[in-house]
Ligand binder design. Structure first.
Ligand code: SF4
Length: 349
C-alpha cells in the first residue's frame, strides 16, 4: 500500500515529535554557524563537536572575526578534532567571504562550492538550513536512510553510484520547510536508522522501506571495498634542555598535521641525523609509544628522549611542556606531552 503522505512529509512529522531542536548551531541558525558546525561534523560525532563549537563561537562569533584571527589560534581551537585541513580551509574560506563577498555566504549550491573546503553536501546544508531553500545533502547518516529506503546498492565512491544517490536525494526534497527537512533526515539517520540495530518500528518511512521488505538492511549502504591498511613507524624526538623545555617545530602547511606544532619526527625510512648523536639520551625516563589511526594508514611513533642545548635552526622553538599544551597540537602529540607534564625528566639526567 502506498502511504498517503510523501517521504518528506512523513520525515517532517517525525522530526516535529522526535527530532533534535536544541543543537547549539540551530539557535540562532545563521549561514556562519551552520557552516562551522557542518565542517566540524565531517568525520566527528555531534557529542564531540558541541563543546568545540561553543568554544569556537565564543572566540570567533562571526566570519569577520574568524577571517582576522591568526591561523595559529584557529588551529589551537581545533586541536583534538583532527583532520586539520578542515580548520585551514575554514580560515581561508572566512577570508574569501569577508574580502570578496562582503561577509555574506552565497545562497546557491554552486556559489558555496566555489569556496575553500565546501563540498556538495556541506553546500546543501548551508543553503537549506541557513536560507530555507531546497538543496539536498548526503552526509553519512542521510545516505544510510536513503540507501535503505530505496534499496540503492553500490558504493557511492564511484561516479555512477554517487550520481544515483544525488538524484534520489533531489527527488525526495519537500516543497517547503527545507531547513527542517535537512535536520530531520540527519536526525533520522543518527537516532532511528542507525548503522546497527535500526529502530524500524519507530521509523516514519517503514511502510515503504525497500531494504526492510527485501531483508537487506544489514547490507546497506554498500561499504567501501576493503584494502589492507598500510602501517608506518616513526621516531619522535623529545629534546629537552636543562630547564625542562622541549623543542617544537611547526609542521609544513601541506601534509600530515599541516601547520600544527610538534616535536621533530623522523620517519622509519629516513636516516638518523648525525648531529643528534652528540645529544645524550635520557633512557631512564621512557615514554610510551603512540599509536594513531589516520584515514589511510596506521602510524606508530616511538619517543626518543634527548638532552639538547640550543635549537638547531630558527624553525624550532623551546617551550615548556605545559605551555606547549596551549598551542595547536595534533591529538597524539598532545597526549604525549601530557605524559611529559606528568613525568618530567630529572635535571641531572
Ligand atoms: S524502516 Fe528501518 S531501515 Fe528502513 S529507513 Fe526506517 S529505520 Fe531505516
Amino acid at each position: 500500500m502506498t502511504p498517503a503522505l510523501s517521504f518528506a512529509e512523513r520525515v517532517l512529522q517525525w522530526f516535529d515529535a522526535h527530532g533534535r531542536h536544541d543543537l547549539p548551531w540551530q539557535q540562532p541558525r545563521s549561514a556562519y554557524r551552520v557552516w562551522v558546525s557542518e565542517i566540524m561534523l565531517q568525520q566527528t560525532q555531534v557529542a564531540t563537536v558541541v563543546p568545540y563549537f561553543a568554544r569556537f563561537m565564543a572566540r570567533f562569533p562571526d566570519v569577520q572575526t574568524l577571517a582576522c584571527a591568526p591561523l595559529d589560534e584557529v588551529l589551537a581551537h581545533w586541536s583534538g578534532l583532527g583532520y586539520y585541513a578542515r580548520a585551514r580551509n575554514l580560515h581561508a574560506c572566512a577570508k574569501v567571504v569577508t574580502e570578496t563577498l562582503n561577509g555574506a555566504f552565497p545562497r546557491t549550491i554552486d556559489g558555496c562550492m566555489a569556496l575553500p573546503g565546501i563540498g556538495r553536501s556541506t553546500a546543501g546544508a548551508i543553503v537549506s538550513q541557513a536560507f530555507d531553500l531546497p538543496a539536498p545533502i548526503l552526509d553519512g547518516n542521510v545516505r544510510r536512510v536513503l540507501a535503505r529506503h530505496a534499496a540503492l546498492h553500490g558504493w557511492p565512491g564511484t561516479p555512477a553510484v554517487s550520481q544515483a544517490f544525488w538524484a534520489l536525494a533531489e527527488a525526495r526534497l519537500p516543497t517547503h520547510r527545507h531547513a527542517d527537512y535537512t535536520q530531520a533526515l540527519m536526525d533520522l539517520g543518527a537516532t532511528c536508522c542507525t548503522a546497527r540495530r535500526p529502530q524500524c518500528l519507530s521509523c516514519p518511512v517503514q511502510h515503504d522501506c525497500l531494504a526492510r521488505q527485501h531483508g537487506s538492511i544489514d547490507h546497506l549502504p554498500t561499504p567501501k571495498p576493503r584494502r589492507t591498511r598500510p602501517r608506518r613507524r616513526a621516531q619522535i624526538l623529545i629534546i629537552e634542555n636543562e630547564a625542562g623545555d622541549i623543542l617544537l617545530a611547526r609542521r609544513p602547511q601541506r601534509g600530515l598535521w599541516g601547520g600544527l606544532w610538534s616535536p621533530p619526527v623522523i620517519d622509519a625510512e629516513q636516516c638518523w641525523p648525525a648531529a643528534l648523536d652528540a645529544l645524550p639520551r635520557r633512557d631512564h625516563a621512557p615514554l610510551a609509544p603512540i599509536a594513531h589511526r589516520f584515514t589511510h594508514f596506521d602510524l606508530q611513533m616511538d619517543p626518543v628522549r634527548l638532552l639538547g642545548t640550543s635549537p638547531p635552526d630558527t624553525d624550532h622553538i623551546w617551550h615548556t611542556p605545559s605551555g606547549a599544551l596551549t598551542l595547536g597540537l595534533p591529538a597524539p602529540i598532545r597526549r604525549m606531552i601530557e605524559q611529559l607534564v606528568a613525568h618530567p625528566a630529572t635535571p641531572q639526567a
